[in-house]
Design a protein around this ligand. Structure first.
Ligand code: PMP
Length: 400
């Protein structure tokens, strides 16, 4: 235990700590999950399934832990996994990656993103990011000494406009960071929008880092199109994936960065100093899982879509208006269209404290000029959790 005098001394010492992290408030997910625990609330805030995914992949990992080596794997990843990632993306996304020179295995997509920022950015470089943005992006960009430039997206369609994007470029733009499918908006960008992004990257000669962790969690027959596959993008895109999302095993933290050899080599170097490597049994199990075919992926998508529809229908029956969810684990409540006269933050605060339901205000995903009328709910939960969540959201609605 530290006493108050110690705490004061620590606070003084912390003045010299890294200013980027010191300026970072606690994440909204921590705030809401802590409140949810304190209030005994149902948590539709943080995005994880409440049932473990792919049993055969887990069994493979358990067996491998006991039977195979547990010593350091090669830093860029086990060859069998790098090859499996390349084969997987050939099969599902028609990409022609070389496993050995173009795939780096990382400890989650989070590490792949940080390694890409460390490897590819220099102080003063500018990075174009789209708001709403995943919470890790800004600290990563700033820790690399780079400067974010924002393109604002808004409901209900979250469309990317060529003009708004063009206005964000300057001679210092080095990278564009794009997330598709987009968390928290649950939109899956198709050919038209990807073309706008790709043409801008080619025209301005910048590297695109495309966070595609939700690539398999897409609904209603919508395909996932990798940005790397668009004309001119093969040699300038870093494609980032996550086994946690592919197999509904979010705690595993096995990710991949795929890019042309010089970019992949730079990312591998950053990864060597960040974590060096990733648990060997999990890598082997993910290699096994990446060989699965649509007999696994189609039912996974169908089950998530069923949960999405259950939550959407229940909320609509209670008078809520929801936005279309094309992919990810998320469904958005439109407060204004639901006739609720409150900002997303006020709604979420009162909902968790007074109605026992935790959700995430989408304004938390904006660094400036936030959209304040949309709330993010996670539907990758058991039916009874969703039903209880609907009941409690109805109670929250009656508070306003
Ligand atoms: N990017 C996005 C857009 C995400 O939603 C997530 C997970 N919520 C991640 C990256 C992190 O993935 P991982 O757990 O593999 O680090």
């Amino acid at each position: 235990m530290i006493d108050s005098a110690d705490a004061a001394r620590l606070k003084t010492a912390a003045r010299g700590f890294n200013p980027v992290l010191a300026a970072q408030p606690p994440t909204i997910f921590d705030v809401m999950s802590t409140l949810a625990r304190e209030m005994g609330a149902i948590n539709l805030g943080q995005g994880f399934p409440d049932q473990d995914g792919a049993e055969d992949v887990r069994t493979f990992a358990a067996r491998s832990l006991m039977q195979d080596s547990n010593q350091y794997p090669p830093s860029p990843g086990l060859p069998e996994l790098r090859q499996a990632v390349a084969d997987h993306y050939r099969r599902f996304q028609h990409l022609d990656l070389d496993g050995m020179s173009e795939v780096v295995v990382t400890s989650g997509a989070t590490e792949a993103l940080m390694a890409a920022a460390m490897a590819l950015l220099s102080p003063g470089d500018e990075v174009i990011v789209f708001q709403p943005l995943y919470d890790a992006y800004l600290p990563m960009i700033r820790l690399a000494g780079a400067v974010p430039r924002f393109v604002r997206l808004q409901p209900p369609n979250w469309r990317v406009s060529a003009e708004a994007l063009e206005a964000a470029f300057t001679p210092r733009t080095r990278m564009l960071l794009f997330n598709n499918p987009l968390n928290p908006s649950a939109v899956v960008y198709g050919e038209d929008e990807l073309r706008i992004v790709a043409e801008a990257c080619v025209r301005h000669d910048v590297i695109a880092v495309c966070d595609e962790v939700w690539e398999h969690v897409v609904f209603d027959g919508r395909p996932h199109i990798p940005l790397m596959g668009l004309p001119g993008m093969r040699e300038r895109t870093v494609k980032i994936g996550s086994a946690g999302k592919i197999f509904s095993l979010t705690g595993w933290k096995v990710g991949f960065a795929c890019a042309a050899p010089p970019i992949a080599a730079a990312i591998a170097k950053a990864h060597a100093f960040l974590t060096f490597t990733t648990s060997p049994n999990l890598q082997r199990a993910v290699a096994y899982g990446m060989a699965k075919d649509d007999a696994y992926f189609a039912p996974m998508r169908r089950d998530f879509a069923r949960s999405r529809d259950r939550l959407a229908a229940g909320l609509q029956a209670e008078g809520f208006s929801v936005l279309p969810s094309q992919g990810t684990y998320f469904l958005l409540l439109d407060l204004e269209a639901s006739g609720i006269d409150a900002t997303d933050t006020v709604f979420c605060e009162r909902a968790v404290r007074e109605a026992g339901i935790a959700a995430i205000p989408v304004s938390a995903f904006y660094a400036e000029d936030p959209v304040r009328s949309v709330v993010r709910l996670c539907f990758s939960k058991k039916d009874e959790t969703l039903d209880a969540g609907i009941e409690r959201l109805a109670k929250a609605r009656r508070l306003f």
